[in-house]
Ligand binder design. Sequence first.
Ligand SMILES: [Fe+2]
Length: 411
Amino acid sequence: MTALCVPVVIDDLQTGIILNCRIYSSPRSDDLYFICENATITNDMKRRLKRIVYPDDRVFIPQKYLETLTAAQYRGPIAMPPPLLKETWSPQEQVEKKQPGGLPGMSIPATAKKATKTLEETALQYRTSKYKASAMLDELAANNFKVDEKQTEDIAQMVQQQLEESDVSFVMHNINSMRNVDEYLYTHSLNVAMLNGLMANWLKFDKEKRDELVKVGLLHDIGKLKISPDILNKPGKLTPQEFEEIKKHPFYSFEMLLNSGQKNEAILKGIVQHHEKLNGSGYPCGLNVNQISEYSKITAISDIYDAMVARRVYKDAHSPFEILDSFAKGVYSELDMGYAKLFIDCMIQELKEKNVLLSDGSSAKVKYITKDLLLYPIVASGDRVIETSPDIHIVSLINEEVSLDSIISNK
Ligand SMILES: [Fe+2]
């Protein structure tokens, strides 16, 4: 049975006292609890609690144990329990308060849009889009590298329809799970199109800009079709000559589109500049921060995220937490930190409550992610709260199994 809990400011908890009740993360006593009864309050415990509930400063204690608290420790019961995770992490506030000079139009949806598709339906839709993307790329090579505008439009519309009808976390599930080495290019192309579509939504782009950005994601790497698979999939280090060849692919993509009649300058720029770096060290042109287009800066984020989350012949997959952590630490000099911060904030929202595999082989659920420690979220395994660390860390997301065969056979 749920008992009313009262908020207590962490700094007001007296060090050294023993509480004969549990300490909770929210006013609901059937919710996750941080500290068991009869624990002695220590400074270290208070420090850890503050980290968990950041940027708030409160925890909750059952009202019936009020007598264990002094008057100074009690701020009165609250009528409505605040949502657990919203209290803990408010990215919209982060964007608004901590980035006053943030990007125009930048905002994070306060509440998730109601999805009309189930995980299974989203997976099926994703598989259909992937089939179309693979057919398009196969035909490109067979058709003298002429890009079919109608085919591109068709896939771009499918991507946007999927983003409109599905829960973002379902879309992310597909990006994380469904690929193998043979199908890398078209899976990556579709995933970058989807991630670009998500960014366009988070940036509140209008339909025209969202459409352009999705197409940039879909077509950014088509130039790789002109590069030998032996170089693209080489497990070892590339020779300087091989790397020079790889570096031509944005130009090849641009050239293929131009030869196919593409006249949209925003799309062409977005594609040819997607490997340019803000410090001018990128390729093919070594442009600087002011010369690189908005679509390229956004596509660079989607491109790196999807490449890192994939397992390739030459590297293991990285967990989304590792990738977001490296984004936040500025590991990738090509990333525009304004867009990268928005991506991090929105992705954090999607990663909460996800099931993860820990390095000790056990599974857990993500409960708290703090911006200063993206790599080590707080997770819950049963009713045990674990602060992940280098000793016990998240290895990967655990994706729910989707039986596509059963869906198809039921249709
Ligand atoms: Fe690329």
